[in-house]
Design a protein. Structure first.
Length: 220
């Protein structure tokens, strides 16, 4: 059974448990694939995420951080996992990290921040903002891939190593080796760069991200 099939099976079991079923004698993969297909509408997909309990993160969340911005955006920024502040407010990239990201978009890319789409690898916060586990990402990644498929951005920007590694599967590639490179990701171009939180702790690295965004701007 593939990881995707496991996720689909878990989701189907949750749906049946909600209807009162407690025991299943047989698992039929073909029937499962036919029954469980992610929505092709972003609002419906968001509703699915709001009802998701595929991993333990659902138990402690206050809000799901699905995504925000232009649904026809040419640029999609993907962070790692929601912060405590984001979970409290329900607003993606809130606080100083969000302010810095907005400045990066408007001052370097020269476009309003409302013109891009922002989301995370995970839709729920992790305890103490720890790095998400592979199992947690495996549960959430199908939602992200469906978002990418629906929005069809021309350029995807991964913010930080967690986002880059889990989106691409290139776990052995250090972020500093690919930062600023233009990679292929399906029909889109992918540019890995540093996370705004890292820049807040290491202001000297802003010049590197500035160069990465100039590369991005040249592709528009």
């Amino acid at each position: 059974m593939t990881d995707m099939e496991k996720i689909r099976l878990l989701k189907l079991l949750y749906q049946h448990r909600a209807m009162g079923f407690e025991y299943f004698q047989e698992y039929r993969p073909l029937a499962l694939k036919q029954q469980l297909v992610l929505s092709k509408n972003l609002e419906e997909l968001k509703c699915e995420v709001m009802q998701c309990h595929l991993c333990g993160l659902a138990k402690s969340r206050k809000n799901i951080l699905f995504g925000a911005g232009n649904l026809k955006a040419a640029i999609m920024f993907i962070g790692d996992n929601p912060s405590v502040s984001e979970d409290e407010t329900g607003i993606l990239f809130s606080g100083k990290s969000g302010e810095l990201l907005a400045k990066m978009i408007e001052n370097v890319l020269l476009i309003p921040k409302e013109e891009v789409y922002v989301t995370h690898i995970l839709k729920c916060k992790t305890p103490e903002n720890r790095v998400p586990s592979p199992e947690e990402v495996a549960c959430c990644k199908p939602y992200l891939m469906q978002q990418i498929h629906m929005i069809r951005p021309k350029i995807i920007v991964t913010l930080g190593s967690t986002s880059f590694h889990h989106l691409t599967g290139e776990y052995d590639t250090p972020i500093d080796k690919v930062r600023g490179a233009v990679l292929n990701f399906g029909e889109a171009k992918l540019i890995p760069t540093l996370h705004p939180n890292f820049l807040l702790r290491n202001p000297s690295a802003k010049k590197e991200v500035y160069a990465d965004l100039l590369t991005l701007r040249s592709l528009l």
